[in-house]
Design a protein around this ligand. Structure first.
Ligand code: GLA
Ligand code: GLA
Length: 669
């Protein structure tokens, strides 16, 4: 099913804030002319409009929004209507001061900015339910309603008494008795035994289990609030709901948000500096693959910047090609729409210089507008892409709770070397460099649909993970795990019996990781794999093979010659353990070889060094191939067979030339 029901288009448009312009005559008229000129079809509205929609308690003004709905209905455009909870009106905070969050030190925040309300505040919750119901009741049946954009970039924590009480309820539910909590919290440590739930101090940095529970609680509190908002809307409307995610945002476990969404959407703000284009493109692709995987269907890139975001350290304009490549990265990896923040630049306040489709000149003459319009026009050539699927055979595991637990691991150095996200990205990148179709999953999913599973630094083994690893491997899968796997359980407690994962893990991996060596930049270490030496940085584990074969050994220091990479065969598959952190050179060589061995094919073979490819299969048959040029030189590409050059309207071709930093789309029936 398409993202917006019965709307078989690639969605193109953005955040639209006409309520900021009502006093400037002619602006909205001009917007709708320019929208058509830019081939835009979908907009998110009313995200920050609560104060305009309800200027005083219970006085509602929908006239301006009715007008936007009517204009969209007439011109065939769709709207993602936001619930406006991201920015509460000043009157609300005045009347319900507890709607403002409290800091950890007990200071009540003042009203202002946005996205900072207490999710537990009864007054705030009541007013959100009311405005959501009003909006849903009014627009549920409007033909221009495409879906619900619930709130905006939810996040944050509040330490007020209401939130603390909810936290204690959460603990009671999780542990049942204080005795159990004391056990799990290992509370005899430093004399922290609790005799009352309210004694538990979520900000006591010495208690790893409590800190993890607070994180989980805060993330779950947002999910609960999200559900409450959806329920209010659902009283009147069954249009699809979503909320805009923020990539790998550190404090939210987005895997728990996904089941509440009818489609996933995400906000993406990459930086195309001269530095590492490959890394940036791989990171973006990882996000897109994750968002496709979350519901196993196309998602929407809800925000991207058509110009330059106002917060980049170097506000460097995109070079020709880069804009289209960025948009096509999303479509190739599973998006059915690319939208912008925002349509028109506001005249004042902290985002007045943030890139937008229409600038302060108000015309169609800027480079940004022209790029957007040209891209929008070409999108109409690939309308058949809507709803097209991906068929990944390899998956990378990204699990927020594992990241949280590792962050609290007090013995692995500072965040400069921990680099959990960067590590997952580097493994993903080596696979992505081979232009295969990838999934990004958490550790709680079914692994058996993949041939290859890569779980970098999966520090936490939750209950059931080892069993699912085992059946995946026995059925013929190849599992790659690394240093810092299975050190703790779901409560941040260490596994007894040795790493990875205690006795059961050691048996599955065929390896015992006795200890790890934290390497200073000046410490020389390396691994020797297939006769070649590769540098090791940051971490090297001291491994003992216990039933696994040794595939690489360390090259230096007192543990030279001991195992660095091992492989245990089990059933029809095998488990590989990488004991040390290496650079991209090793990861590229290692995964290149492993993909061949595990039968995972690139979507297109024989590509030039600086070109990557992605593929989506159309529901009506045929495949769309996306080619990305990572270099700033034009790049000829010889195709393995004749394809239709749909993006450029160039007909059948057995070769194409990618523009500098550019991209294209080909179709094969
Ligand atoms: C001090 C304390 C110990 C322990 C060690 C750890 O010496 O007295 O209880 O925390 O530090 O280095
Ligand atoms: C976020 C928000 C938008 C806007 C952009 C600016 O993504 O959702 O409202 O502030 O950032 O980049």
């Amino acid at each position: 099913m398409t993202v917006i029901r019965n709307f078989r288009r690639i969605l193109h448009g953005g955040d639209y804030n006409p309520d900021q312009w009502l006093h400037v005559p002619g602006t909205v008229d001009r917007d709708f002319e320019l929208m058509d000129e830019a081939h835009c079809n979908t907009f998110s509205v009313a995200i920050f409009s609560w104060a305009q929609l309800e200027p005083e308690p219970d006085r509602f003004e929908f006239g301006w929004l009715d007008d936007i709905f009517e204009r969209c209905g007439k011109s065939g455009k769709k709207l993602f209507l936001a619930t406006p909870s991201a920015s509460k009106p000043a009157w609300l905070a005045q009347r319900w001061p507890d709607s403002c969050r409290m800091d950890r030190d007990g200071t009540r925040q003042r009203w202002g900015v946005r996205q900072n309300s207490c999710f537990a505040s009864p007054g705030f919750r009541e007013r959100v339910r009311l405005i959501n119901r009003k909006l849903a009741e009014r627009y549920a049946d409007h033909p221009a309603l495409g879906g619900w954009h619930i709130s905006n970039e939810y996040h944050g924590e509040c330490a007020c008494g209401l939130c603390r009480n909810r936290f204690y309820d959460y603990l009671k539910q999780r542990y049942g008795t204080l005795e159990k909590l004391n056990q799990v919290y290992w509370s005899a440590f430093w004399g922290h035994t609790f005799t009352d739930w309210k004694q538990v101090e979520p900000f006591d940095h010495s208690m790893d289990a409590a800190a993890l529970d607070w994180r989980r609680f805060c993330s779950d509190a947002v999910v609960e609030f999200f559900q409450m908002e959806i329920d209010a809307v659902r009283e009147f409307s069954d249009a699809p709901v979503t909320t805009n995610m923020m990539g790998l945002f550190p404090t939210l476990d987005y895997w728990k948000f996904a089941p509440l969404c009818d489609f996933i959407c995400d906000d993406c703000y990459p930086t195309w500096y001269d530095g590492d284009t490959e890394r940036e493109a791989a990171w973006l692709s990882l996000l897109h693959d994750m968002h496709y995987t979350m519901l196993d269907k196309p998602f929407v890139m809800m925000e991207s910047c058509p110009g330059i975001p106002n917060y980049k350290p170097y506000p460097k304009l995109r070079r020709p090609g880069e804009f289209e490549r960025e948009m096509l990265l999303a479509l190739g990896h599973g998006a059915d729409g690319t939208l912008y923040f925002q349509w028109r630049k506001g005249r004042n306040n902290c985002e007045k210089f943030h890139g937008a489709v229409v600038g302060h000149d108000g015309t169609d003459r800027t480079m940004v507008f022209r790029q957007v319009a040209a891209y929008g026009e070409k999108l109409e050539r690939i309308a058949g892409l809507a709803d097209a699927v991906k068929k990944p055979e390899a998956a990378v595991v990204y699990d927020w709770e594992s990241n949280w637990a590792f962050e609290q691991c007090n013995c692995a150095g500072g965040k400069e070397i921990k680099q959990w996200d960067a590590t997952v990205i580097s493994h993903y990148r080596a696979l992505w460099n081979c232009s295969i179709d990838l999934a990004v999953i958490d550790s709680e999913q079914d692994f058996c649909r993949y041939k290859l599973l890569v779980a970098p630094m999966l520090f936490m083994f939750k209950p059931g993970v080892l069993e699912r690893f085992r059946s995946f491997v026995e059925q013929g899968g190849t599992l790659v795990a690394t240093y810092f796997s299975g050190y703790v359980d779901e409560n941040n407690g260490c596994f007894l019996g040795g790493n990875p994962g205690g006795a059961a893990g050691r048996e599955l991996f065929g390896v015992w990781s006795e200890d790890f060596d934290g390497l200073q930049p000046t410490t020389q270490q390396s691994i020797v794999w297939k006769g070649k030496s590769y540098p090791v940085t940051d971490y090297a584990e001291l491994l003992h093979a216990e039933g696994a074969e040794v595939e690489a050994v360390y090259g230096d220091d007192f543990y030279a010659g001991t195992p660095a990479v091992t492989r245990k065969r089990a059933g029809k598959g095998s488990v590989i353990y990488l004991g040390a952190r290496t650079g991209m050179e090793f990861l590229n060589d290692f995964y290149g070889a492993l993909l061949k061995e595990s039968g995972v094919e690139p979507v297109l073979a024989g590509l030039p060094e600086t070109v990557r490819a992605a593929r989506r299969s159309a529901v009506s048959g045929g495949d769309y191939y996306f080619l990305y040029n990572l270099s700033n030189q034009a790049q000829p590409v010889k195709l393995p067979e004749v394809m239709e050059d749909v993006w450029n309207g160039g007909g059948a071709a057995d070769a194409v030339t990618l523009p500098p930093s550019g991209a294209t789309v080909l179709y094969r029936a």
